[in-house]
Write a protein that binds this ligand. Structure first.
Ligand code: FAD
Length: 459
């Protein structure tokens, strides 16, 4: 980097609007946070850098992990839906719009995840706008959050940049759901950069795949690791989730080992459509460094082309397939972790620990069956884990919490992020209506409000 520095002129930034709650990031946690805040009476504005909402849930994740406990891995343990509330309501709306087949039982691989919840990302993109409009959330899309406005220890809002220029949004409470802790970092909150322990990857879709033919081939070669099925309205394809071990074939093993790839998994609710998750990989990568981000996009898009080529050449059923989609941004698992009043540990997760200030519970671990929550139970996500240290008027949620890698392999999953989102959105609205700062919020009031609004806290 050049040692030359350019000194910018002092700027006067116009205030675009003032509101109760600003949600920085319209992704997995953000959409739920915005709905929770607005429905609890807060004038809510949500900002995202892209032209649609959903974040990594639509650009990296496959099945939504997980609305349920891991009951199938523990014979005799009751099946329980542990995340409900607004996340489930979004699923209900998607089912109604033809964008989800519900929570399907896994026939195979159920010690990893007992239930498969697959959504249609394109249907999500339009349905979620309907829900936002109904809740009167004001959206600012194609808008970057570039700075945080702070007076003393108090966050007062954010600075945004868009085609309209540089503007300020003032708010009583700001929620950082950017995934990367962009607001918290700019507010001076201590953040841990987890580089180099975060893999990044680029899922992709292939259309015109004869999935049944491919599955027969995988079965004949003993490659299948996961299966969930449902009626997709097809006379030959009812596969909604299929996991398979491509490394059993030497040509794939060589290619995948070269890049440190693992997986893969396909999910789809459409006939002959194949969405390839968890295969491409770049590591190590600092996904908040623009040079590295650029390198990852270039490398991963080449890997997608290479993998699609191999599938066409070597897997029966892929002969006429073609790449039908790639994400807007490669998928990032972990970058900055924001230091909060509590850091959920792997021991707390495994031992299903509950806290006095729980605002959600969760029952999935991405390393299962190697790492599982005791007795197929749930652990608590305490309010303190969403409250950054040393700053006022700021809440956080999503993949930017939990420093320990193994613990993060649970808390970062989509449905956990959604549950956290409902908690912080509700908390922010209660703070603004009661005129208190998040650190002073009555936790019983928050818990009772969440319970009244469908959040499950365990029996
Ligand atoms: C390859 C991959 C596969 C995965 N597979 C699964 C899976 O199968 N199941 C599962 O449950 N989870 C999976 N995950 C994990 C899960 O998808 C993510 O951890 C989760 O979606 C993160 O949610 P979030 O709300 O924290 O962040 P995001 O959903 O990424 O939301 C952040 C939002 O903030 C916006 N944003 C960021 N910075 C700014 C800024 N400065 N200005 C404006 N907007 C900004 C982004 O555009 C985005 O919309 C996977 C992740 C990856 C990367």
């Amino acid at each position: 980097m050049s040692s030359l520095k350019f000194i910018e002129e002092k700027k006067t930034t116009p205030v675009k609007l003032e509101c109760d709650v600003v949600i920085a990031g319209g992704g997995t946690a953000g959409v739920v946070a915005a709905l929770a805040a607005a429905r609890n009476g807060a004038k809510t504005v949500m900002v995202d850098r892209y032209g649609y909402l959903g974040g990594t849930m639509l650009n990296g994740a496959g099945p939504l992990h997980s609305f349920f406990n891991l009951y199938k891995a523990f014979p005799g343990v009751e099946k329980k839906q542990v995340v409900r509330g607004i996340p489930q309501e979004i699923i209900d709306r998607l089912i109604k719009a033809g964008g989800c087949l519900g929570h399907l039982e896994q026939e195979k691989g159920f010690s990893y995840d007992s239930v498969a919840t697959i959504i249609d990302w394109e249907i999500f993109k339009s349905v979620i706008f309907d829900i936002m409009e109904e809740a009167r959330v004001k959206l600012l899309l194609h808008t970057m959050v570039v700075d945080t406005i702070k007076e003393g220890d108090e966050v007062r809002g954010i600075i945004i940049e868009s085609k309209s220029g540089r503007e300020a949004l003032l708010a009583k409470v700001v929620i950082d759901v950017t995934g990367d802790g962009d607001v918290a970092f700019k507010a001076g909150v201590k953040c841990i950069n987890t580089f180099p322990d975060g893999h990044v990857g680029m899922p992709f879709g292939m259309a015109n795949v004869d999935i049944s033919k491919a599955v027969r081939f995988f079965e004949d070669n003993d490659m299948i690791t996961q299966i969930a099925r449902a009626d997709k309205g097809s006379d030959h394809d009812d596969y909604v989730r299929v996991g398979f071990n491509l490394k059993k074939l030497e040509v794939f093993k060589n290619y995948m080992d070269k890049y440190g790839m693992w997986g893969p998994l396909t999910v789809s609710k459409h006939e002959n459509d194949f969405s390839f998750i968890n295969t491409t990989n770049v590591k190590p990568l600092d996904a908040i460094d623009i040079e590295e981000i650029t390198r990852a996009e270039m490398e991963l898009r080449k890997q997608v082309a290479g993998m699609a080529d191999l599938l066409k050449k070597h897997i029966p059923g892929f002969e006429k397939a073609y790449i039908s989609w790639t994400p807007i941004h490669f998928g990032v698992r972990r970058t900055r972790i924001v230091e909060c009043e509590h850091d959920i540990s792997i021991d707390e997760i495994i031992n299903a620990v509950r806290f006095d200030d729980d605002v959600a519970v969760y029952g999935f671990h991405d390393c299962a069956p190697r790492i599982m929550i005791k007795d197929g139970g749930v652990y608590g996500i305490p309010y303190r884990a969403l409250l950054p240290k040393g700053v006022e008027n700021l809440l956080v949620a999503g993949r930017l919490i939990t420093t320990n890698w193994e613990a993060h392999m649970s808390t970062r999953n989509t449905v956990s992020c959604m549950a956290q989102g409902q908690a912080v959105g509700t908390a922010a609205a209660l703070c603004t209506s009661r005129g208190v700062n998040p650190r002073k919020l009555d936790i019983k009031l928050l818990q009772n409000t969440l319970k009244d609004q469908g959040v499950y806290f365990g029996d």
